[in-house]
Design a protein around this ligand. Structure first.
Ligand code: FA5
Length: 339
């Protein structure tokens, strides 16, 4: 499998080098790393491999995907630069006009990877190695998926826990990634092992740990006999991979209408406890909404604040830095293309 991956990566890199224009690069992109591409196909099968192979194959497949993506970016920038140089020789340029899209794209390839994106990628690797697949869901949700199916009917006081941006058509900007639980269950029968890493929106009172646009990772695992112990194992493995050993963690009972029992996990940050995630066993009502028989199956789910985990990882004192786009902040993070 690993050799096949290497061969696939080599084939993709050769194809990138041979591409002479943007449409050729687009074709290489979709053939290898697009949704239906060959490398993406391998990544999707990782969860069904024997457990001891998942880690190495998942990791190698991700590395191969990134190498191909980086080569595509580089080749695209080189072709654009060549085209611009050509243009500059043959045409008079009005420097007061906004830069053409090609120049903006080329400059963008010189940026750094946002620390939230970097953690998202790392977490995807960790979950892939544990046999989870990555799921997606819309930012604009309907009331049913964001609340109703999660056992929060229209008049339920728990709606007040998540102050919502409503749209004029009655839909809303999702307040959490939990609607993806319902979408995952409706998509296919158990076993279900999925994670969704994405953006969520709340009309919040802003402070150092509360933004109105932030990121969560939702996890859902449904099968026969799934229990709280399985959940704790997954959460512990995740945090052990991401955080230093000396970070203290505590679990305490909590309430979310869509789990029973429910918990919250806190971590120590700057001398105080900071809430990191909510979790629990998927409520029987929610399983039923997903078309799953609660007498036969059980499951756990969790929702973790990614931005807060980035704060812990890098010692960032205020969550509002992540979305305000200040390059002096963003350039501090290693791992970007600038170094
Ligand atoms: C939820 O959103 C639940 N959907 C989590 C869940 C999923 C519970 C599955 C049970 C099962 P909560 O509102 O507590 O719960 O948000 C989850 C995490 O998101 C918080 O622990 C925190 O880390 C992060 N978070 C919440 N609000 C903000 C905010 N305004 N800014 C940054 N991070 C936030």
């Amino acid at each position: 499998m690993l050799e096949a991956l290497q061969a696939l990566q080599d084939e993709a890199l050769d194809a990138v080098r041979a591409s002479q224009d943007a449409s050729a690069l687009d074709a290489v992109q979709s053939a290898f790393v697009g949704k239906k591409g060959k490398l993406s196909g391998i990544l999707r099968t990782v969860g069904s491999l024997p457990p001891e192979q998942r880690g190495p194959v998942g990791k190698a497949a991700n590395l191969a995907r990134r190498a191909v993506e980086a080569a595509l970016d580089e080749r695209r920038a080189a072709l654009l630069a060549a085209a611009d140089a050509n243009l500059a020789e043959t045409e008079w340029v009005d420097a007061t006009l906004p830069a053409p899209a090609s120049v903006v794209t080329a400059q963008r390839t010189g940026g750094t990877v946002h620390p939230v994106s970097a953690l998202v990628r790392d977490m995807e690797d960790i979950f892939l190695a544990m046999g989870f697949e990555t799921l997606d869901g819309p930012w604009v949700e309907d009331d049913y998926h964001n609340f109703g199916a999660l056992n929060i009917p229209a008049d339920h006081p728990a709606r007040d826990m998540q102050d919502t941006y409503w749209l004029s058509d009655g839909n809303l900007l999702r307040t959490h990634t939990s609607p993806v639980q319902i979408r995952a269950m409706k998509r296919g029968a158990p076993p279900i092992r999925g994670v969704c890493l994405g953006r969520v929106f709340r009309h919040e009172e802003l402070d150092a740990t509360h933004e109105n646009t932030f990121h969560q990772v939702e996890g859902i695992y449904v099968d026969r006999g799934v229990n709280v112990g399985n959940m704790l194992y997954v959460l512990r493995t995740l945090l052990r991979e991401i955080l230093d050993d000396d970070v203290e963690v505590r679990l305490r009972p909590s309430y979310f209408p869509f789990v029973e029992p429910g918990f919250e996990m806190d971590v120590t940050f700057r001398g105080a406890w900071m809430e990191l995630l909510g979790c629990g066993m998927v409520h029987p009502y929610v399983l039923e909404q997903g078309g799953i028989d609660p007498n036969e199956f059980s499951g756990f789910a969790f929702g973790l604040g990614i931005d807060r985990l980035v704060m812990l990882r890098h010692g960032v004192e205020d969550v509002r830095h992540f979305m305000d786009g200040d390059l002096r902040f963003l350039r501090q993070f290693p791992g970007g293309l600038e170094g």
